[in-house]
Design a protein around this ligand. Structure first.
Ligand code: SF4
Length: 81
């Protein structure tokens, strides 16, 4: 299943990130770098249920649904031989 992915080149790293606050699963976190300064929000793909709320809320169009190969923290199970 595709999961939310945040493009760091489009994200403005706002401390008031509406996408982070809209996530019903609390799967988006953001590192605190100062009083108003934050890092790029990160989606925990284990918690994300692909509802798309964050995509609707991001004012910069920085969030898309992507497969596990695009910079996500997704555990990929290896096939047994
Ligand atoms: S798609 Fe839904 S569950 Fe996943 S990060 Fe966005 S708001 Fe949260």
């Amino acid at each position: 299943m595709n999961k939310a992915y945040i493009d760091p080149n489009k994200c403005d790293r706002s401390a008031m990130c509406p996408a982070r606050r809209s996530c019903p699963e609390k799967s988006i976190t953001q590192e605190k770098l100062g009083f108003f300064k934050r890092g790029v929000p990160v989606v925990d793909s284990e918690k994300c249920v692909s509802c798309g709320e964050c995509i609707k809320m991001c004012p910069h169009g920085a969030i898309t649904m992507q497969g596990p190969s695009v910079g996500q923290k997704t555990k990929i199970k290896k096939k047994k031989k």
